[in-house]
Design a protein around this ligand. Structure first.
Ligand code: NAP
Length: 255
């Protein structure tokens, strides 16, 4: 028999929860019994997902937050503590891609991509981790990217940011392990979300999604629920011996 996810009710923070992977993670964690806080730059989208969760009888709150804004992140986490209780699960899915030839990347573009993907991950982890330390238990899953493993043309900034997330995750796992906190990263590859569809429509996906499906070992595009399933496992009590790991969910595109 599958053991319960947690020995007691847990509060989870999911960033980028208004869309794509973050949305699927929030829905899945709510299904598993967590009370979920949905943080997103697009507050209306987060509200819609929170309403979707509430319609199942589970508890969710939505907060409009730019993860690069530390004061806003701290205020959001304080709000989560007031409304749901201290969070001990964090999944950082807020992300921003970009396609620019290396020679043309402006400092502003570089800073924004690094800011959202890497610094935003740092800000959210540092804001939530004290509650995990206090509890003596915590689960962090960062969402990196297969771009960190393979590199991607026109994405030196994004690949660098996501590779930074991988290194950050490994270092944080070593530091927080003795406190009962695990830290892992899921680098998705080729998952059907608004981000991927936008990439295709802008012509940055080569021959398009159909072509990529044909060259993916499992012969399909990833679903947000594939990533959510991996996250849901990593945040369970029983995953306590898994930390500092890169758990690829990419249909075999990167091994
Ligand atoms: P998505 O559908 O675009 O969802 C990302 C969400 O993050 C959006 O709601 C977005 O809001 C929000 N966001 C962006 N910047 C933010 C900020 N500064 N503060 C707070 N929220 C912010 O993309 P996705 O495909 O689900 O991607 C989720 C994560 O997976 C990202 O980190 C992405 O890099 C990573 N990833 C995805 C794939 C893939 O194949 N889909 C592959 C590799 C990695 P707005 O819409 O307002 O910008």
């Amino acid at each position: 028999m599958t053991p319960p996810a947690w020995d007691r009710p847990r509060v989870a923070v999911v960033t980028g929860a208004g869309s794509g992977i973050g949305r699927a993670v929030a829905l899945r964690l709510a299904e598993e019994g967590a009370r979920v806080a949905l943080l997103d730059l697009d507050g209306e989208a987060a509200e819609r997902v929170a309403a979707e969760i509430a319609s199942t009888g589970a508890t969710a709150v939505a907060l409009t937050v730019d993860v690069t804004d530390r004061a806003a992140v701290d205020a959001a986490v304080a709000g989560v503590c007031d409304r749901l209780g201290p969070p001990t699960i964090l999944v950082t899915s807020a992300g921003l891609d970009g396609f620019h030839p290396f020679l043309d990347i402006t400092e502003q573009q570089w800073d924004r991509i690094l800011g959202v993907n890497l610094t935003g991950t740092f800000q959210c982890c540092q804001a939530v981790a004290p509650h995990m330390v206090e509890d003596g238990w915590g689960r962090i899953v960062t969402i990196s990217s297969s771009s960190a493993q393979t590199g991607n043309p026109l994405m030196t900034h994004y690949s660098a940011a996501k590779a930074g997330v991988v290194g950050f995750t490994k270092a944080l796992a070593l530091e927080l392990g003795p406190r009962g906190i695990t830290v892992n990263t899921v680098p998705p590859g080729f998952v059907d979300t608004p981000m991927l569809r936008k990439t295709e429509s802008r012509g940055f996906l080569g021959d398009g999604i159909d072509h990529h499906q044909a060259t993916t070992p499992v012969r399909r595009v990833g679903r947000p629920e594939d990533i959510a399933a991996a996250c849901a496992y990593l945040v369970r009590d029983e995953a306590g011996y898994i930390t500092g790991q890169i758990i690829g969910v990419n249909g075999g595109r990167t091994t």
